[in-house]
Write a protein that binds this ligand. Sequence first.
Ligand code: KG4
Ligand code: ZN
Length: 334
Amino acid sequence: MIVLGMESSCDETSAAVVRMEEGRREILSNIVASQIEIHRLYGGVVPEIASRAHIEAVSGITYRAIEEAGITLADVECVAVTSHPGLIGALLVGVNFAKSLAFSHGIPLVAVNHVKAHVAAAYLEAPALEPPFLALVVSGGHTSFYRVDSYTDFVEIGSTRDDAAGEAFDKIGRVIGMPYPGGAAMDKLAYEGNADAIKLPSPALAGDTLDFSFSGLKTAALNYINGQRQKGLEPSHEDITASYTKVIVDAVVKKTDAALKQTGAKTLVLAGGVAANSHIRRGLEALCGKRGVTFCKPSLTLCSDNAAMVAAAGYFEYLNGNFADTSLNASALD
Ligand code: KG4
Ligand code: ZN
């Protein structure tokens, strides 16, 4: 089945054509137009600017994805669009474009949850992967554990109570002068510092919970940096980054260990933009090796926002008969 996926929930406009069949997945095209350069000037995503940039890009990106896939609109059997959660103005652009395209060409439309789409990225590279499994979604907007009971049924069993891991990386990255978003640059810099140089609080909440809290860690790191600067010293960016990364990786590994224990899952799927972090990947790889758990981690291009993952998630909504109609609306919330 040929699925056209569309994604516009934050600062990436993306369209992709994916062939989904039992035991076989093929990405025919996956075009991503990033707005990072536009938002960099402001140190973060400006929602109104994001909506306008999506409007400018959406049509061209969609037709390019169709052309690159070597198909025509007549070959598309399903249009899958991210409808929630995300920035409402940004989501509305993709939802309205997808609705018009689907209904004017008589193609079935399905609405996709962005977080489920991040998890579905794993199916694109591992055709044998099947629920149930445990999923950890770490992105700029989410840090959550899901018990994935079926292709479409997810139960959240833990999450951050405040900021997401990506936000936490980006915030400290910004304070030490990295361009937005600093996550990927912090990943590299962490190799050059001493991870035990600065004592920082763990974002893993104490007790049986699978929840995180990143705000205390963020504040502690900020206080340390500001304290040093007030003394006229510039703290070592390498040491801060290494120490900050270490407490995040340790917390993620600790809570994942507890989540694996709690669910008895034999497979862990890592997803979301922060899943690209090499320290987190290594930490979880070691944990899964120790526990005899299969570890599925999408390649880097499928970790960050893209429409191929939306097409993959949409395929399963289609198989489930979860079709959308012209009343489909976007929602900022889960
Ligand atoms: O999933 P995503 O593309 O967008 C959201 O849905 O949020 O994730 C973007 C986030 C940003 O915070 C970015 O800094 C972070 O992913 N990120 C990383 C790395 N690559 C991207 N964080 C840590 N290490 C990385 N290598
Ligand atoms: Zn995302």
